[in-house]
Design a protein around this ligand. Sequence first.
Ligand code: MTE
Length: 311
Amino acid sequence: MLTKSPKGWQIPERHATPEEVFLDRRKLLQGMGFLGMSALAQQAFGAIAPDLYPAKRDAKYTLDRPLTAEPVATGYNNFYEFTLDKRRVKDMVGPFEIEPWKVKVHGLINNPKTYDIDDLVRAFPLEERLYRFRCVETWAMAVPWTGFQISHLIQAADPKPEAKYIRMVSVDRPEQMPGIRSQPHYPWPYFEALEIKEAMNELALFVTGIYGKPLPKQNGAPIRLITPWKYGLKSIKSIVEIEFTEKRPPTLWNKVGPTEYGWYSNVNPKKPHPRWSQATDRLIPTGEERPTLLYNGYEEYVAGLYNGKEY
Ligand code: MTE
């Protein structure tokens, strides 16, 4: 149903300042010496295991579009625990502490373990991959992520036969994340889930770095999910818990807006969002439009997961 005033749970990006205007303004300010952007960006970057970056790039994963410039991908973020204003997230993450950090892996597995992040980033082979990224709001980019295949962690966890899903939970730190305090209508902390067979797919990564460096806080440091065939809302940031379950776990966006955000949220140009078409990608920052590809162009890798059905 179309409403004039968006509800709290509706991702509100679509009529924001055009990226070009924002970037021009920034260039102008930089030229005038008002913005030490690189210094700011440095502050926002995480510092977990910097010796591991840049990781070796896996040349198998190629792009059909230009790589998005680093200041764009690290300066235009959805991270509602801070703010709904994509351009301000990077300026609000300063007080967010990513060290020490633990990730609890538990549930229906034979090897439950709580990892210190420094051990987790070294536990499985890190590699760099160039992936397309498509937000449910239609904006899209192409990013060099560094991470490890979730399949490695699943193998180490050794799921019991009845385990079918993994549930992931973001950190819940209202004192460091002002958006949690100012938006109590969301069911914090952010939660997401995948079928284990989806998470076993070679494309599914736990990401700890970007542009050859540790992940900046605004992009979900110290560890976040990337599933490039799904809308970006699935790619939960700043994960602290991974649970293996038999029953399908709920996911945040599907719970708050089931008619708008499917549980699978696979990129599908033929399945319009109730309030906008999904037929076109809008590349940031240029605004160039391209036809949206089924599974974001990763059909050959993932179509088999869905037995010809579209979710
Ligand atoms: N994870 C958490 N914890 N909180 C969020 O608000 N936003 C999601 C996803 N992961 C979000 C999150 C959405 S809607 C998108 S499009 C991507 O993060 C954005 O990732 P990026 O900022 O690295 O581009």
